[in-house]
Ligand binder design. Structure first.
Ligand SMILES: O=C(O)C(=O)C[C@]1(C(=O)O)C=C[C@@H](O)C=C1
Length: 125
């Protein structure tokens, strides 16, 4: 059996190769997640403007309950922890509601990062 020695940094070349291959896939998946999230936020920004124009509330708990039930079922089928899927969706929705509130207040509702900001929100603003 081939071994790796973490203490000396001496990693078996086959192990190194496998690790690199897996990390390349992880990097591709992370890039896809970022692009998909960016598209989702483009849609929710439009929803935020529509809601503000028509004086609709930023949050819609009924819609959220349906989204959570749907995502939990999808997660179960995909063998992903449904509790994690729910937490992830809630995290995103909380940020969307924050954007909706900003749009309704008349403040800039964009998701462009600001170099001056010291705190980090869910969307990394
Ligand atoms: O569908 C809406 O009404 C939205 O504002 C979008 C969204 C979402 O991010 O999916 C965000 C807030 C609502 O509470 C429900 C869903």
């Amino acid at each position: 059996m081939t071994t790796s020695n973490a203490a000396t940094g001496d990693v078996d070349p086959a192990v190194r190769e496998e690790l690199t291959r897996l990390r390349d896939s992880i990097d591709n998946i992370d890039a896809a997640v970022v692009h998909m999230l960016a598209e989702r936020f483009k849609c929710t920004q439009q929803v935020g403007r529509l809601k503000a124009e028509h004086r609709l509330p930023p949050a819609d708990p009924g819609r959220e309950a349906r989204q959570i039930a749907r995502l939990r079922a999808l997660a179960e089928n995909a063998k992903l922890d449904p509790a994690f899927a729910e937490k992830f969706l809630n995290f995103i929705i909380a940020e969307v509601i924050r954007h909706h509130e900003r749009i309704a207040d008349g403040s800039p509702g964009g998701v462009t990062p600001s170099a001056n900001r010291t705190t980090t929100s869910a969307a990394g603003e």
